[in-house]
Design a protein around this ligand. Sequence first.
Ligand code: RFL
Ligand code: PHB
Length: 394
Amino acid sequence: MKHLRTQVGIVGAGPAGLLLAQLLHLEGIDSVVVENRSRQYVIDRVRAGVLEQGTVDLMVESGVGHRLQKEGMRHEGIFLEFNGTRHRIDFAELTEGRAITVYGQNEVVTDLIEARFASGRPIFFEAEETSVHGTDTHSPTIQFRHSDETYEVRCDFIAGCDGFHGICRPSIPSNEMSIYERVYPFAWLGILAHAAPSCDELVYSLHERGFALFSMRSPAVTRLYLQCAPDEDISHWPDDRIWNELDIRLGSFDGWRPNHGEIFQKGITGMRSFVAEPMRSGRLFLAGDAGHIVPPTGAKGLNLAASDVRNLAIALEAFYRTGNQDLLGGYSARSLRRVWKAQRFSWWMTSMLHISPEASAFDQRRQIAELDYVTSSRAAMTSLAENYVGLPVD
Ligand code: RFL
Ligand code: PHB
């Protein structure tokens, strides 16, 4: 067995683990990152696209914002479409100039992996049989296999950044943790297409046939989503059917439709709200999807991962500088305050914009009234806008 020693052991090289590694590196704190997938798999995984202003600022301050600032697309509003009408929510005007940036998670991860290699600090891809031990002691360990060798990394702390299906959260005794969960009776079928975006901003549409979302990745790539059943079989969705359905659900306003092009990626994503409390057990700290999941309608998952690791990096830096553990002790409560506000917002956006098979005719009319209110009251629009661009850091 090979023995390594580090200050912070990080399980998972998604946005949470990689950004934490970079924030710690900038403070001179050593870490070892252990990831079970290959580097290419992690980069190619198609997911988020919307970054809050605070996430962009954090990337820039961390020295990984160079390409983001050049290639990210700043959006100062979104459109909400329902009943054949389309309304713009003007973020910049409603939130004193704040905005979101469209920049694929693939690009975020690419930039962070590059920074990790530039730091010269260790990262293991394709690690197998990862496990964590002794998290209730002063020197917890991460064990894994890599290239036919068994490793043990002795750490001061472990950050569980291994996503919803990782091993860190399940390693915490169930009597130490409360789980809050809601599973939605629908899912998203998402595609990427080689087609120039035919609108400059995102369009969230509620149609009687279900929700649809128009988004983008670059001036040449459109990203689109359709509400579908949670157990939908993707083989029942040939390209023509997808375009036809998107045209119907997005085209109720003025005959507008997304540009069509070659579909080069397709996937189905379930919708879930999930929170594990507290986000800590002994010297193991959970961050990002390992601790919580939001339905993607509010575009909050990656942004929450970023705010968690920001809190954790600040707390670890204070510990290593002064020996004081107060901020580490407050990490979970501080992160959860933001997590729950994002949960509320994501649940609200999701409920307002999807046709639930469980909804009554009353519910459907209430949803339309909600959209009517949100697009006509400045107070309601401001509430949506300030949540979407990201609430202030507290
Ligand atoms: P990740 O990205 O899941 O990374 C976890 C990493 O841990 C690895 N891992 C392990 N490593 C070692 N040993 C083990 N046993 C391991 N088990 C797992 C995994 O391979 C992986 O590399 O979690 P992280 O870092 O917390 O990041 C969270 C975000 O990825 C997620 O919240 C977002 O993608 C959610 N999301 C969105 N968030 C936004 O902020 N804005 C958006 O616009 C947005 N759109 C979306 C989304 C998620 C989507 N899907 C597919 C779920 C759109 C979609 C369709
Ligand atoms: C995306 O572009 O992938 C995206 C945009 C907005 C969302 C979710 C995903 O709410």
